[in-house]
Design a protein around this ligand. Structure first.
Ligand code: FES
Length: 170
Protein backbone atom coordinates (compact mmCIF):
# COMPACT_ATOMS: atom_id res chain seq x y z
CA UNK A 1 0.00 0.00 0.00
CA UNK A 2 1.10 3.44 -0.75
CA UNK A 3 1.06 6.17 1.93
CA UNK A 4 1.16 8.85 -0.66
CA UNK A 5 -1.60 11.37 -0.24
CA UNK A 6 -3.70 12.10 -3.23
CA UNK A 7 -2.80 15.58 -4.29
CA UNK A 8 -5.36 17.76 -6.00
CA UNK A 9 -3.75 19.83 -8.65
CA UNK A 10 -4.58 23.46 -9.01
CA UNK A 11 -6.19 22.70 -12.37
CA UNK A 12 -8.45 20.02 -10.83
CA UNK A 13 -9.38 22.32 -7.95
CA UNK A 14 -10.39 25.06 -10.36
CA UNK A 15 -12.36 22.60 -12.47
CA UNK A 16 -14.32 21.30 -9.46
CA UNK A 17 -14.97 24.76 -8.11
CA UNK A 18 -16.07 26.28 -11.40
CA UNK A 19 -18.27 23.30 -12.24
CA UNK A 20 -19.98 23.50 -8.84
CA UNK A 21 -20.51 27.25 -8.89
CA UNK A 22 -21.58 27.19 -12.55
CA UNK A 23 -24.11 24.43 -11.92
CA UNK A 24 -25.52 26.26 -8.94
CA UNK A 25 -25.93 29.49 -10.92
CA UNK A 26 -27.50 27.66 -13.89
CA UNK A 27 -30.04 25.99 -11.60
CA UNK A 28 -30.91 29.37 -10.08
CA UNK A 29 -31.42 30.90 -13.52
CA UNK A 30 -33.60 28.02 -14.74
CA UNK A 31 -35.93 27.68 -11.74
CA UNK A 32 -37.78 30.94 -12.35
CA UNK A 33 -38.63 30.39 -16.05
CA UNK A 34 -39.60 26.76 -15.41
CA UNK A 35 -41.88 27.84 -12.58
CA UNK A 36 -43.46 30.50 -14.83
CA UNK A 37 -43.89 27.98 -17.63
CA UNK A 38 -45.69 25.31 -15.65
CA UNK A 39 -47.56 27.53 -13.18
CA UNK A 40 -50.75 27.92 -15.30
CA UNK A 41 -50.93 24.16 -15.75
CA UNK A 42 -50.83 23.65 -12.00
CA UNK A 43 -53.67 26.07 -11.42
CA UNK A 44 -57.23 24.80 -11.58
CA UNK A 45 -59.27 25.69 -14.62
CA UNK A 46 -61.93 28.31 -13.91
CA UNK A 47 -64.45 26.32 -15.94
CA UNK A 48 -66.05 24.75 -12.89
CA UNK A 49 -66.97 28.02 -11.11
CA UNK A 50 -70.54 29.12 -10.55
CA UNK A 51 -71.45 32.27 -12.50
CA UNK A 52 -74.02 34.93 -11.70
CA UNK A 53 -76.19 34.82 -14.82
CA UNK A 54 -77.90 38.12 -14.03
CA UNK A 55 -81.36 36.68 -13.37
CA UNK A 56 -83.29 37.33 -10.18
CA UNK A 57 -85.11 34.20 -8.97
CA UNK A 58 -88.23 36.38 -8.60
CA UNK A 59 -88.27 36.75 -12.39
CA UNK A 60 -88.29 33.00 -13.05
CA UNK A 61 -91.74 31.78 -14.07
CA UNK A 62 -93.26 28.54 -15.32
CA UNK A 63 -92.53 29.67 -18.88
CA UNK A 64 -89.00 28.73 -20.00
CA UNK A 65 -86.92 31.83 -20.75
CA UNK A 66 -83.57 31.92 -22.46
CA UNK A 67 -80.73 33.61 -20.66
CA UNK A 68 -77.25 34.33 -22.02
CA UNK A 69 -74.08 35.17 -20.12
CA UNK A 70 -70.33 34.96 -20.53
CA UNK A 71 -67.66 33.43 -18.34
CA UNK A 72 -63.91 34.06 -18.26
CA UNK A 73 -62.33 30.69 -18.84
CA UNK A 74 -58.71 30.12 -17.89
CA UNK A 75 -57.30 26.88 -19.18
CA UNK A 76 -53.56 26.52 -18.74
CA UNK A 77 -52.02 29.47 -20.59
CA UNK A 78 -55.17 30.22 -22.54
CA UNK A 79 -57.67 32.79 -21.29
CA UNK A 80 -60.92 33.28 -23.16
CA UNK A 81 -64.43 34.63 -22.82
CA UNK A 82 -66.98 31.87 -23.37
CA UNK A 83 -70.66 32.44 -24.20
CA UNK A 84 -73.15 30.36 -22.27
CA UNK A 85 -76.93 30.02 -22.56
CA UNK A 86 -79.71 28.24 -20.69
CA UNK A 87 -83.47 27.71 -20.73
CA UNK A 88 -84.69 28.47 -17.20
CA UNK A 89 -88.13 27.96 -15.64
CA UNK A 90 -89.93 26.78 -12.49
CA UNK A 91 -91.37 23.27 -12.62
CA UNK A 92 -94.64 22.12 -11.06
CA UNK A 93 -92.85 21.66 -7.69
CA UNK A 94 -91.70 25.31 -7.82
CA UNK A 95 -88.10 24.15 -8.32
CA UNK A 96 -85.82 26.13 -10.62
CA UNK A 97 -84.66 24.17 -13.65
CA UNK A 98 -81.94 25.29 -16.08
CA UNK A 99 -81.31 23.32 -19.26
CA UNK A 100 -78.47 23.60 -21.72
CA UNK A 101 -79.82 24.59 -25.16
CA UNK A 102 -77.31 22.30 -26.89
CA UNK A 103 -79.14 19.52 -28.71
CA UNK A 104 -78.04 16.03 -27.71
CA UNK A 105 -78.18 14.83 -31.30
CA UNK A 106 -75.45 16.79 -33.07
CA UNK A 107 -75.13 19.96 -31.00
CA UNK A 108 -77.42 22.51 -32.64
CA UNK A 109 -79.28 24.99 -30.44
CA UNK A 110 -82.82 24.19 -29.31
CA UNK A 111 -85.55 26.79 -28.72
CA UNK A 112 -88.59 26.69 -26.52
CA UNK A 113 -91.65 26.48 -28.79
CA UNK A 114 -89.33 26.79 -31.77
CA UNK A 115 -91.88 25.07 -34.00
CA UNK A 116 -95.55 26.05 -34.46
CA UNK A 117 -96.40 22.39 -34.98
CA UNK A 118 -95.00 21.37 -31.61
CA UNK A 119 -96.12 23.82 -28.94
CA UNK A 120 -94.97 23.35 -25.37
CA UNK A 121 -91.74 21.65 -26.44
CA UNK A 122 -88.12 22.51 -27.14
CA UNK A 123 -87.41 22.21 -30.84
CA UNK A 124 -84.15 21.70 -32.70
CA UNK A 125 -84.37 22.99 -36.29
CA UNK A 126 -81.41 20.99 -37.60
CA UNK A 127 -83.15 17.59 -37.81
CA UNK A 128 -86.51 18.26 -36.14
CA UNK A 129 -85.33 17.10 -32.74
CA UNK A 130 -87.87 17.59 -29.95
CA UNK A 131 -87.84 17.63 -26.15
CA UNK A 132 -90.64 17.88 -23.62
CA UNK A 133 -90.72 20.80 -21.20
CA UNK A 134 -88.84 18.72 -18.60
CA UNK A 135 -85.98 18.33 -21.09
CA UNK A 136 -86.69 14.69 -21.90
CA UNK A 137 -86.18 13.82 -25.55
CA UNK A 138 -89.34 12.93 -27.46
CA UNK A 139 -89.11 9.27 -28.56
CA UNK A 140 -88.88 8.81 -32.31
CA UNK A 141 -86.99 12.08 -32.87
CA UNK A 142 -83.22 12.19 -33.49
CA UNK A 143 -81.98 13.09 -29.96
CA UNK A 144 -81.34 10.01 -27.85
CA UNK A 145 -80.85 11.72 -24.48
CA UNK A 146 -82.44 14.51 -22.41
CA UNK A 147 -81.03 18.03 -22.45
CA UNK A 148 -78.14 18.54 -20.03
CA UNK A 149 -79.06 20.33 -16.80
CA UNK A 150 -76.94 23.07 -15.23
CA UNK A 151 -75.67 22.87 -11.68
CA UNK A 152 -77.28 25.78 -9.86
CA UNK A 153 -77.53 27.70 -6.64
CA UNK A 154 -79.23 30.86 -5.43
CA UNK A 155 -77.19 33.59 -3.74
CA UNK A 156 -78.80 36.80 -2.52
CA UNK A 157 -81.81 36.20 -4.71
CA UNK A 158 -79.77 35.76 -7.88
CA UNK A 159 -79.38 32.59 -9.94
CA UNK A 160 -75.86 31.16 -10.30
CA UNK A 161 -75.16 28.40 -12.81
CA UNK A 162 -72.19 26.07 -13.08
CA UNK A 163 -71.52 23.29 -15.56
CA UNK A 164 -74.23 21.51 -17.58
CA UNK A 165 -74.45 17.83 -16.58
CA UNK A 166 -75.82 14.95 -18.65
CA UNK A 167 -78.93 13.32 -17.20
CA UNK A 168 -78.61 9.90 -18.81
CA UNK A 169 -80.59 8.38 -21.63
CA UNK A 170 -84.37 8.51 -21.64
S1 FES B 1 -78.77 18.44 -33.97
FE1 FES B 1 -80.67 18.62 -33.01
S2 FES B 1 -81.88 17.16 -34.01
FE2 FES B 1 -79.96 16.95 -34.93
Amino acid sequence: MSDEKQQVSRRQFLNYTLTGVGGFMAAGLLISPIRMAIDPVLKESSAGDMANVGLSVDDITAEPQRIDWTIDQVDGWYESEVNRAAWVYRNENDEIVAFSPVCKHLGCVVSWEGSDQHPNEYFCPCHDGRYYKDGTNVPGTPPLAPLDEYEQEVRDGMLFLGEPKPRGEA
